[in-house]
Design a protein around this ligand. Structure first.
Ligand code: 13P
Length: 287
């Protein structure tokens, strides 16, 4: 059964570790992430962007696939199915489809409008027992064609959104989706500390987990980050392993063309990436 992310994130905040959100793209991605979380006895959040939702034939298809897999694979660790960077309309579609967690990203609206829409969704999600993530200060880089300006959130605005009763809060602290450029100055720990002071026990979310050095991840967790999103890193791992399989000509040997063989090295690479992140985030054996 899918669960809200509330309890797992409150435990993570209290226990000074973070739960990974790993974005999914297809059956192989979902299976690899669920199996790794189970193997490591870790709670896990499956992230779905609206673009990935479309690709996988709609949110209902995804709910069916994930629920079926939890049963079919015998997954017993807590699993939240979470809309990533949802629009206002997308949030309602996922609530309807049976997601257990929603992100409403109103960071591109003026703060008053972000507050108004977030407040409405807090009430809807509370009634259904779903967790709700809100965002203040756009995350830099590109996510599914949406380009963020690399903003740094205003701690006072974070407090305003946190006070609405959201479950967790994403705040821009110089983090970027995708690969970090060589001249990236690093996370803004001064801002993160100021936000943490303002929002108290609210779990904070760090987007753009790909390529953030381990010491920065650990410091961010010590300053109140309890959920870390990783997407691109699994894609790069899958790509490199698939490329190697084909470059080595393995698809030309025997039944190497069988998709179950062709996609296997990529799946193993996703598993290795997820394993490494779960270790780093400290959520192993916290299920
Ligand atoms: P990366 O693709 O940089 O890992 O970011 C993932 C993310 O933040 C999803 O919301």
């Amino acid at each position: 059964m899918l669960v809200s992310a509330k309890e797992m994130l409150e435990k993570a905040k209290a226990g000074h570790y973070a739960v990974g959100q790993f974005n999914i793209n297809n059956l192989e991605w979902t299976k690899s992430i669920l199996q790794t979380a189970q193997e490591m006895n870790s709670p896990v959040i499956l992230g779905v962007s609206e673009g990935a939702g479309k690709y996988m034939c709609g949110f209902k298809t995804i709910v069916g696939m994930v629920e079926g897999m939890i049963e079919g694979l015998g997954i017993t660790v807590p699993v939240a199915l979470h809309l990533d960077h949802g629009t206002y309309e997308g949030a309602y579609k996922c609530i309807e489809a049976g997601f257990s967690s929603i992100m409403f990203d109103g960071s591109h609206y003026p703060i008053e409008e972000n507050i108004q829409k977030t407040r409405e969704l807090v009430a809807v999600c509370a009634k259904k027992g779903l967790s709700l993530e809100a965002e203040v200060g756009a995350i830099g880089g590109e996510e599914d064609g949406v380009l963020g300006g690399g903003e740094v959130a205003d701690p006072n605005e974070c407090k305003m959104i946190a006070d609405l009763g959201v479950t967790m809060l994403a705040a821009g602290i110089g983090n970027i989706h995708g690969k970090y450029p060589a001249n990236w100055p690093g996370l803004r720990f001064d801002t993160l500390a100021a936000i943490s002071d303002k929002v108290g026990q609210m779990p904070l979310v760090l987007h753009g987990g790909t390529g953030i050095p381990a010491d920065m991840i650990k410091k961010a967790i010590s300053l109140g980050v309890s959920k870390i999103n990783v997407n691109t890193e699994c894609q790069l791992a899958f790509q490199a392993a698939t490329r190697q399989y084909i470059e080595e000509g393995k698809d030309l040997v025997g039944k190497g063309f069988d998709p179950r063989k062709l996609l296997a090295p990529g799946c193993e690479a996703i598993k290795a990436t997820v394993r490494e992140k779960i270790e780093l985030f400290g959520s192993a054996n916290k299920a």
